[in-house]
Design a protein around this ligand. Structure first.
Ligand SMILES: Cc1ncc(COP(=O)(O)O)c(C=O)c1O
Length: 369
């Protein structure tokens, strides 16, 4: 069965019906005066999610398309990039970068160790040649949050370009691209933006673009210099190089209107409050959070299963017996942890209540499917 489950995985997330309804509207051209005005308003809504006055590029594709566009456009092939990796998606940054760059330097930490400012300083002392740094904000594979604000400050001290993978954080966790000094930030439509999958979205701060604009980078579809060239030369009717994915774009626009109406600060508070509540309640039922509150991502809630309960069996039991989809851990947490998405529509006491009840029942019963 594909349908009918309560979707509580760490992405994709639930999408409101009227957001989905936007995808049923008749197709309209992705160009022309009216469409371009609508597109530009939507870019403004995206700018407020990233908290930037800079450039935003919504690229049809997934989050990885956004990451590939960002990584391949922000540095030239011969410039060394330092990737800070403490999880599965950190390794994704490495893999994407290695496809484009001659030198990818990698600072690895264990999945339970956040990438601190001191660690970055040490890595830079060993790699003074680095031209840019990249890191994942909310490491969705484990539920660890990296302190990107502190990392951005170190990058500013060293005058390095700084990229943040905010795929599971933008729109749900505090993030301020311009104020924190993040140069390039990437998210995807299907997580905290509570939209259907379909867009990798790259934001570049005004300061970041000043340093990136003159770079000579390869590629066409995912080359942000090509996107920027069309954004100015075709500004009044078709401000991008490709056919936009009109139905998904309209859905994302409607979802962004909800985000705007809620207000970003209130939204960040909501995700944090629901995350805390779930930690407390599941803690009472024998599920210990994988990370303490200071390093746990508020949007990807990860818990060690009670002893004797394999994570995979717990996930199966929730699906088969309770109609709820959650995920097991990844990498080192595959067998022993479960992950619950707390993003967008998922992030409410009403959505979490059945999940907590089901986990409590299965945890006490040894999760027999
Ligand atoms: C932190 C993070 N980075 C990158 C990705 C890759 O995004 P996509 O699967 O949309 O390509 C994901 C997807 O879950 C993610 O959580």
């Amino acid at each position: 069965m594909l349908d009918g489950y309560q979707l509580m995985v760490p992405g994709p997330t639930q999408v409101r019906q009227d957001v989905l309804d936007q995808m049923m509207l008749p197709i309209v051209p992705h160009y022309g005066r009216d469409w371009t005005a609508y597109y530009n308003e939507t870019l403004d809504l995206l700018r407020s999610v990233f908290r930037t006055k800079g450039k935003v590029f919504p690229i049809p594709g997934s989050g990885s398309a956004g990451l590939e566009a960002a990584l391949s456009s922000m540095v030239e092939r011969t410039e060394p990039l330092l990737v800070l990796s403490n999880g599965w998606f950190g390794e994704r940054l490495v893999a994407i970068a290695e496809g484009h760059l001659d030198r990818v330097l990698v600072e690895r930490a264990a999945p339970e160790e956040p990438m601190t400012a001191d660690r970055l300083r040490d890595a830079l002392a060993r790699h003074p040649e680095a031209a840019a740094v990249a890191v994942v904000h909310s490491e969705s594979s484990s539920g660890l949050l990296n302190p990107v604000r502190e990392l951005a400050a170190v990058c500013q001290e060293h005058e390095l370009l700084f990229l943040v993978d905010a795929v599971s954080s933008a729109g749900g966790i505090e993030l301020a691209v311009d104020d924190w000094g993040i140069d390039v930030c990437v998210t995807a439509s299907q997580k905290c933006l509570e939209s259907p999958p379909g867009f990798g979205i790259v934001a570049i701060s005004p300061a970041g673009w000043k340093r990136i604009a003159s770079k000579c980078t390869a590629g066409w579809y995912l080359n942000l210099h090509v996107w920027d060239e069309f954004a100015s030369s075709w500004a009044d009717w078709h401000p991008y190089p490709i056919t936009q994915a009109v139905p998904s774009f309209r859905a994302m626009r409607r979802a962004l209107e909800y985000i705007d109406a809620e207000g970003l600060a209130a939204r960040v508070r909501r995700h944090a409050a629901v995350g805390r509540q779930v930690r407390q309640e599941l803690g009472n039922h024998g599920f210990s959070p994988v990370f303490d509150e200071s390093t746990a991502s508020p949007t990807i809630l990860a818990f060690l299963t009670p002893s004797g309960c394999e994570a995979r069996r717990m996930v199966d039991a929730l699906r088969e017996k309770h109609g709820i989809l959650i995920a097991s851990g990844m990498g080192t947490y595959k067998e022993c942890a479960i992950r619950i998405g707390n993003m967008g529509v998922q992030s409410s006491p009403e959505q979490m209540k059945p999940v907590i009840m089901a986990l409590a029942a299965e945890g006490s019963g040894g999760c027999v499917v």
